[in-house]
Design a protein around this ligand. Structure first.
Ligand code: NCC
Length: 277
């Protein structure tokens, strides 16, 4: 029964989470010349893809003292989020970063020093912003939650060889819809967390995805991030993002023993190429 449910959920996710990025063919981006601004290769044609093994590293405080760094770095590709550093935390989170997914606050807020910080250099970048559900791209371009477009256009012109994509709002909301469909309660009408979005993106690019500290291990703590002292339970359970429901769904879709979750906070998901529906 459980096995059947797992398979059905994975199939549904495969249908709902085919990754889509802005490609410059739709308005207003077509008129703005984005066809020549965005990378010519699609995200799923990145060098090295399909990756055989991938690690997704949540930014949770509970990854501290995990000693997972070596295991994380042994994957073909490693995904990290927003401003999460590796320097100073190699032992627990590893040092390799292949892709970084950033929300629009990271692009828009000067405190993140997006243009100068080495966190955002020499890797593949994927940005996103919560567009309205209707995915009206004209309206979104005029009024994004945080202005990610200026920083994106600027970086593309300065560093055209760096792969940098913006996720299509239809992709984000399709993930949300599937989450709601499989949750009995009404979830927040806000987009999924960068973590959940990242898991879905990596299932497009990898044959197998190991997710670390998204489902909390026995080290669970109120510490929000491994890289700062702030304590806030909402970081792990969600307030704006439907994070708790994302975690319950990931748990239902994953193959992981209780011991793996408890000791490592690790769950494994198959890539879409390995899911036959
Ligand atoms: O905190 P954040 O997320 O950057 O974390 C990245 C992803 O890791 C998972 N996570 C994090 C902490 C924790 N205790 N448990 C977790 O499971 C989540 O999946 C999370 O998505 C975001 O989702 O983009 C978020 O970004 C921050 C913030 O904008 C960035 O860190 C940049 O500074 C948001 N914080 C605020 O807006 C104040 C956070 O709500 C969500």
């Amino acid at each position: 029964q459980k096995q059947l449910e797992k398979q059905a959920l994975l199939c549904q996710l495969k249908q709902h989470a085919q990754v889509r990025v802005l490609d410059g063919t739709e308005e207003p981006f077509a008129s703005l010349g984005w066809k020549h601004l965005v990378p010519s290769d699609h995200l799923d044609k990145l060098p090295g893809t399909p990756f055989r093994t991938c690690a997704v590293v949540s930014s949770a405080g509970s990854i501290l003292n995990s000693l997972l760094g070596k295991e994380i770095d042994s994957h073909d590709a490693v995904l990290r989020f927003n401003a999460a550093p590796t320097q100073g935390f190699h032992k627990d989170v590893g040092k390799k970063t292949t892709i970084r997914i950033i929300n629009s606050q990271v692009l828009a807020n000067s405190e993140h020093r997006f243009n100068r910080s080495s966190l955002y250099k020499n890797i593949t970048l994927v940005g996103w912003d919560p567009a309205p559900y209707s995915a009206d791209l004209e309206k979104w371009y005029r009024e994004p939650d945080f202005d990610l477009f200026t920083g994106y256009e600027d970086r593309r012109r300065r560093s055209p060889s760096q792969p940098f994509y913006i996720l299509h709002p239809a992709f984000i909301w399709s993930l949300w819809t599937m989450l709601q469909t499989n949750t009995e309660e009404n979830i927040q009408p806000n987009p999924p967390s960068t973590g959940y979005i990242g898991i879905a993106v990596m299932m497009n690019l990898c044959e197998s995805v190991d997710v670390y500290e998204f489902i909390p291990s026995k080290r669970h703590t109120t510490r929000c991030h491994y890289y700062e002292a702030l304590r806030d339970m909402a970081c792990t359970l969600g307030a704006y993002h439907p994070l708790l429901y994302e975690k319950l769904l990931v748990r239902r879709m994953s193959t992981a023993s209780i011991a793996e979750i408890s000791e490592k906070g690790k769950v494994t998901l198959p890539g879409f190429s390995k899911i036959s529906c």
